[in-house]
Design a protein around this ligand. Sequence first.
Ligand SMILES: *Cc1c(COP(=O)(O)O)cnc(C)c1O
Length: 377
Amino acid sequence: MTTHSSGDAARSAVSLRAALQSLPPYKPGKSAASSDVIQYKLSSNENPYPPLPSVLDAVNQMSPEMNLYPDMTCQAVTEAVAQRWGVEPSSVSFGSGSVEVASQIIRAVCDEGDEVVFAWRSFEAYPILAGLAGATAVKVPLTEDERHDLPAMAAAVTERTKVVLVCTPNNPTGTSVTADELHAFMKQVPEHVLVVVDEAYVHFNVDPAAARGIDFFREYPNVVVLHTFSKAYGLAGLRIGYAIAPAYISAALRAVAIPFGVTNLAQQAALASLAAESEVEERITALVDQRDHVHRQLTEQGWDIVESQANFVWLRTGPHTTAAEEIFTRHGVIVRAFADEGIRVSIGSPAANQTFIVAAQDVRAHLDGATTPRNRS
Ligand SMILES: *Cc1c(COP(=O)(O)O)cnc(C)c1O
């Protein structure tokens, strides 16, 4: 008689795709654990504001219909986004978060062995999405000052390259690509390579020289722009993001999308958010002010940090990253640490940011102690 066990001890009867073995795990930002100190979760770039009342209303009005499938065409929100950007509705397509839209792009464009080029370090979902599609991730190191090295990225394009992902502002360093840099890049990249401008944090970008994806979409036939409602609009839990793309690409993205992947709750919340854009703007301005305040305070503490155009800051803590993370945790500040590289800290409420600033002073003292010659040997 054959017995079946489940769980860890189960025999692996089915062979899984080899690609799964080499996938890096996606680490979500840590959650606040129970503790004596007040804890602030600044590890996932979430918006610290609660939903706007009008957005909550819209969701509540829709919730009695959750027994029904959503509008698979996302018609109303497609039209609203098209109008917002002055593009054709045929150029707008949705996914359950822009991570899913990025996945649609790679699935729609890449065959096994095709290459996807992106900067590194950048968004940790990129190598996962490429690997899952059987594509090869080509990581091009950031410059010394934590920015995309677009000339090196252009040079990394081969005849196997199908997609280049440009994350601006870049997660986790916060640096943004200038319009001049992106124009120079576009002129070097062949037209059959799709350039995806991932603008998850674009609303926080106040650099007048920054590239705006929409301008590039209008000018070049091979540009797709990714936007999300998760960050500036504070809808991370509802999962809705979109691509603005040439119509034939939008059609392909709809074709590979998970059917009914975007709920009606998410569609209504996005619509209501677009209708409340001036309120959203106020919150964005407050977050940008807080970001600049945090930046100034850290600089005064002696941190040498790059200017962030996103809703987080990046501390290059290198080999001291784990020790620094522990100090932050002791202060109740939950951060996103990338071992041996650095720490990304989201801008939260003023109270959270103040706690972070105090903790950063402590970390600074630790680092300064660790790097004085006295303590070296
Ligand atoms: C957060 C983020 C996204 C979008 O996430 P969704 O919640 O899936 O919309 C996309 N790109 C980058 C770089 C991000 O940091």
